[in-house]
Design a binder for this molecule. Sequence first.
Ligand code: CP
Length: 305
Amino acid sequence: MNSNSLVSISDVNKEEILRLLEQARYFEENPNHKILDGKVVATLFFEPSTRTRLSFETAVNRLGGRVIGFSDASTTSSSKGETLKDTIKMVSNYVDLIIMRHYLEGAARYASEVTDTPVINAGDGANQHPTQTMLDLYSIYKTQGTLENLTITMVGDLKYGRTVHSLLMAMRYFNPTFRFVACKELQMPAEYKDFCDKNGIAYSEHTDFSADVINSSDIIYMTRVQRERFTDIMEYEKVKDLYTLHNAMLDGSRDNLRILHPLPRVNEIDYDVDDNPKAYYFQQAQNGLYARQAIICKALGIDIK
Ligand code: CP
């Protein structure tokens, strides 16, 4: 295993997180710094993606490296029965870095254990999405001027939403207060509430997305109900539209409130929110480019300054 791999957000400590945020700021100001000359990066996406794959590939291109990979595993020899282990070992022969998304929880960890090439987890099932977390942290820092002492309300699919799991873990360094708004079927899993308890993180659980909750939040983090994680489509139909944010619901909210969403959205944020200055989800996705440039450099052991 390569120690530069980023599989879980717990692979980076507070100092490393702050350094990555500093470097993301650098890349926002200098997006075309060509420091990956001669490097080849693989993007292996066993599960669909728009933002993560394209922002990673843009990041490599802007840094002057080359990209190989696939966005549809059915076109690869995994459809003939090749194992993930063999795929990773093969691709390792060709590239300097592997960026991988997989539908199975733990797949990225497993991949990192069968190769000496660094592996970046671009999402594994309902488990982790650490690079999304870095762009979320960067977005929170840019909009709030700090990561410390913020009230963050997470809404929607807290059971299967890997982005909220990673973000919750990363925030442990910054004394957050969490509100978890979800129906009983999609509540934050016990392991993450235990994590809060062990790390002295305050949280409360709500089934009502009330004005009180909205008006006392610094960040509202909306999430999509993850249809692809349900085995019973009827269960999905029951819960898919329970929480939708409308513009009028923001009337009494704090001036500093920003609305985040990892995207894609389905029905969680009404289009009437998009023109509200508190809507930040499209800028958040743009921040992903800079955060991922920083993450790629760290994984390749390249220090920019
Ligand atoms: N936020 C995110 O992971 O988006 P994609 O699924 O489009 O990559």
